[in-house]
Design a protein around this ligand. Structure first.
Ligand code: ADP
Length: 497
């Protein structure tokens, strides 16, 4: 495993950080208190930059700007096609800055630079384009009223939105929240995670260059309980759209209920099962399981953290998976040969290790991995526990790291029952050649996303969100656009001769 520090030895020039202040009403400003916090490079634990620490007063200023922009500004009143044109420009600017944005997410979150450059950032631009194309296709319905009335519905922007986003996909989540809300005509305050504030501020700069009017898109960097709490309990925010842990989702919903009953959408944790049947191609199945748990170092809410394998192929599968896990390259995310970078921060690094220790104590078999790597940075070996029982903590809790729980099953009924034996319901994978089995299992699993003979088939056209304690409301697809719109019914009497 190799590592670099600061300027990269992998021919990537790390730029100076341009944006470190709050973005309020179209300007970069210090926080009211003047406080800052450090954002840390998980490759080595060093400080990248000091970032303005927003708190309640700053959220108030941002809400004031967003409220004014919503109530009196041009954005919600523009023809959809005009908002679409500005969003297209925003997408173009993202494309022009792919390399710099990918670097920011790599140093802030430990994400692979190659993946950021090829996938996260270009797809972020495409997500903006998707909603740019939808901005002039927002309309209601004419109603067939049961009395002599002409009735119709309007879809109107919900108002001022607070987006509270996590650190694992800083760019993907930023655009997933912001673009449909912008297309809908909303104005907003974004609170990026304290671990990864850098790219959000860069996007704010690009949004301004694209022509998004002042006050429409504000970014408040800062901590969860303070800046995030001020958003979820604000009396003048109409909706909070959150992605993060189930525990924090619960707090946000409570704060929303206790304040002004703002609309809430929550995309929370997962413990997604990947169910592999005897007729599966073991080579393909083991590769999907591997990617399913190791992509983005397991810091992804839809990771295949529970893998259920039917008994006929279990031994062969386990052998292949172990070989692949041990050949997986962990190291500096700028190294093009590396497949897994460091965990996002020290807290996450320690939390994952404590789950690994717990798994050992609970009596699961450590098949491979289980240790941190290197003497600096937050690297963890790809880890698999076999013989995991459903009631073990490592089978129930979201670990959010490269740690898989492997289980053996006999029948389809058992597979369905155990796949559903979780408080979460975000995603599930099914690998089988039998269409009837695939269809039966996909209907029987209570989860918002099912992947058959594939995994992580993400697409901006594909609504994304949870059942059960994985939350409610959808990101991506047209469902996400409708989330930021509310329906108004209008009725007027018809002339009655
Ligand atoms: P994790 O525990 O994996 O870091 P969180 O759910 O804590 O994930 O964080 C997701 C986002 O929620 C971050 O932007 C974080 O600052 C924010 N957050 C954390 N606690 C609160 C809270 N009490 N109220 C509002 N937002 C919060």
């Amino acid at each position: 495993r190799s590592q670099s520090n600061g300027s990269s030895e992998y021919s990537v020039e790390i730029p100076t950080i341009k944006f470190t202040k709050l973005f309020v009403n179209g300007k970069f400003v210090d926080s009211t208190s003047g406080k800052t916090f450090e954002t840390i490079d998980p490759r080595n634990g060093e400080v990248i930059a000091k970032i303005a620490e927003g708190d309640k007063e700053d959220v108030d200023l941002a809400v004031k700007a967003a409220r004014e922009a919503f109530d009196h500004g041009p954005w919600p009143r523009l023809p959809g096609s005009e908002r679409g044109r500005i969003l297209m420009k925003f997408a173009e600017l993202i494309d022009e800055n792919v390399e710099e944005l990918a670097i920011l997410d790599s140093i802030d979150a430990g994400k692979l630079f190659s993946t950021g450059k090829i996938i996260d950032i270009p797809q972020a631009a495409n997500t903006v384009r998707y909603y740019a194309g939808a901005a002039d296709k927002i309309h209601g319905e004419v109603l067939k009223m049961s009395r002599e009335f002409h009735g119709y519905t309007l879809r109107e922007p919900i108002g001022v939105v607070g987006h509270i986003i996590p650190w694992n996909f800083p760019s993907t989540m930023f655009v997933a929240k912001v673009s449909p809300a912008l297309a809908a005509g909303c104005t907003m305050i974004v609170k990026p995670a304290e671990q990864t504030p850098l790219s959000a501020l860069f996007y704010a700069h690009l949004a301004k260059l694209a022509g998004i009017p002042d006050g429409v898109l504000n970014v408040i960097t800062g901590f969860g309980p303070t800046a995030g709490g001020a958003i979820s309990s604000h009396m003048d925010i109409d909706m909070v759209s959150f992605t993060g842990s189930t525990d924090v989702g619960r707090e946000i919903m409570q704060a929303a209920a206790k304040s002004n009953l703002k609309t809430v959408s929550l995309e929370l944790g997962g413990k997604s099962p990947l169910v592999i049947f005897d007729d599966a191609d073991v080579e393909m199945a083991s590769s999907l399981a591997l990617i399913g748990i190791l992509y983005n170092k397991g810091e992804i809410c839809v990771s295949s953290s529970r893998v259920l394998v039917q008994e006929g192929i279990y031994d062969e599968f386990t052998k292949k998976l172990k070989e692949k896990m041990e050949a997986w390259a962990v190291g500096d995310p700028f190294d093009p040969k590396v497949q897994q970078g460091p965990q996002v921060d020290k807290r996450q690094f320690e939390k994952i290790q404590s789950y690994i220790e717990h798994g050992k104590r609970e009596g699961a078999t450590l098949l491979t991995g289980g240790k941190p790597l290197g003497n600096k940075g937050y690297y963890i070996q790809p880890t698999v526990f076999a013989d995991v029982k459903d009631d073990m903590l490592i089978a129930q809790d979201e670990i959010f790291g490269p740690v898989m729980a492997l289980m053996k099953f006999k029948t389809i009924e058992e597979a369905i029952q155990r796949a559903n034996n979780t408080r979460y319901g975000l995603a599930a994978g099914i690998i089988t050649k039998d269409l009837n089995v695939a269809n039966t299992v996909s209907r029987s699993i209570r989860a918002g996303i099912i992947w058959i003979n594939c995994y992580f088939a993400f697409d901006r056209d594909c609504p994304y969100g949870g059942y059960k304690q994985s939350g409610f409301g959808r990101d991506f697809g047209m469902d996400a656009l409708y989330k930021y719109l509310q329906v108004k019914s209008i009725a007027t009497p018809l002339y009655n001769s």
